[in-house]
Write a protein that binds this ligand. Structure first.
Ligand code: X2X
Length: 337
């Protein structure tokens, strides 16, 4: 900024007109193009809200920032997209903390089975000290992470072969799980037969019966049309899952502070709206999914929790996450044994 211009801007600030003056600053500088990619269909609120954010970011930077969105695994499955956001081939990428666990072990902690009894507890923990602790670990691997994470939801088990009523029904059950140590460990502890498969391959894995079932929130089961290749939906609600919005650390740090501020504002707005959308969908979708032919059942937690405890699942992960991290989680979950 030249001295004359700086004085001009200071003058405007003094008269309260800085907002108007900040607009030309954006338009005078080189355009910035960013790639945003994710694993979810275009109709999912994560994509609907991000498209809105992209428009608002463009508007508020006078067209300087253009974010291109690649939904539905167009740029690869989650494992692949994680490598790409690290290398800088993708700039922004929302990912489940449990899948990020392959890189940041602590990021899976919110997925410990039956940790959060309700959404109030989820957001208190994730927007509070537990989330801050996880984000600090994410920053260490040179990824920028936005403060607020997207909601994916409480996960329920679907199947083409039988409803899951108790833990005993999972014995030998061939179930797809995302590529994540905690997910695999949990279903092994329940004596199921978990297969790690990226979401990009889930529909076809279910269709060709490579696996009998999978687990996901109702919004995903509906919008990815998994009901077409599944018959039963067992409302286990066995874990809450959300997605951290990650950005390539170097790329993020290279953006001017005013651009970072505009992106952060609109991404945060989009996340908060997405959370509302998901809550509404996950509450209202059951009737629609029944109409599409899914048969629902409502298992009690107890047999699953008991089986996990007996198999040493909680003990194993307490050892891996460490006492400090577990203390932060257990402030919200109560003792997990
Ligand atoms: O891969 C999944 O199952 C999904 C869509 O729920 C995630 O993003 C973790």
């Amino acid at each position: 900024m030249t001295i004359a211009r700086r004085q001009f801007v200071q003058g405007l600030a003094a008269t309260g007109a800085l907002a108007a003056a900040s607009q030309p600053v954006f338009s005078q500088t080189a355009p910035i193009t960013l790639k945003w990619a994710n694993n979810i269909p275009v109709t999912h609120p994560s994509n609907v809200r991000i498209r809105e954010a992209v428009e608002n970011i463009k508007k508020d930077t006078n067209g300087r920032v253009d974010i291109q969105v690649f939904p539905n695994n167009q740029l690869g499955g989650d494992t692949d997209m994680l490598s790409q956001v690290r290398s800088g081939a993708i700039d922004i990428f929302p990912l489940s903390g449990l899948i990020l666990q392959t890189l940041v072990p602590l990021a899976g902690i919110n997925g410990l089975a039956f940790a959060f009894k309700d959404y109030q507890t989820v957001w208190a923990a994730m927007d509070g000290d537990l989330g801050a602790y996880v984000r600090a670990a994410i920053n260490k691997v040179n990824l920028h992470v936005f403060d607020r994470c997207l909601d994916n939801g409480y996960r329920n088990i679907t199947s083409s072969t039988k409803p899951i009523n108790t833990a005993a029904d999972l014995k030998g059950f061939k179930i797809r799980v995302p590529v994540s140590p905690l997910w695999t460990s949990m279903f092994k502890a329940l004596e199921a037969s978990p297969a790690s498969i990226n979401f990009s391959e889930v529909y076809s894995a279910l269709q060709t019966k490579v696996v009998e079932g999978q687990e996901n929130p109702l919004a995903v089961i509906d919008l990815a049309k998994l009901y077409e290749v599944q018959k039963y939906c067992s409302m286990t609600g066995h874990m809450w899952d959300g997605q951290w919005v990650l950005a390539n650390g170097k790329r993020w740090a290279s953006l001017p502070a005013d651009v970072q501020a505009v992106i952060t504002k609109h991404v945060t707005d989009a996340v908060m709206k997405q959370r509302d959308d998901i809550r509404r969908l996950n509450n209202g979708l059951e009737a629609q999914l029944k109409a599409k032919g899914l048969v629902f059942n409502y298992p009690e937690n107890k047999s699953f929790r008991d089986a996990l405890s007996k198999a040493g699942f909680y003990k194993e992960w307490r050892g891996k996450f460490g006492d400090e991290a577990m203390a932060k989680l257990e402030k919200y979950s109560g003792k997990l044994v």
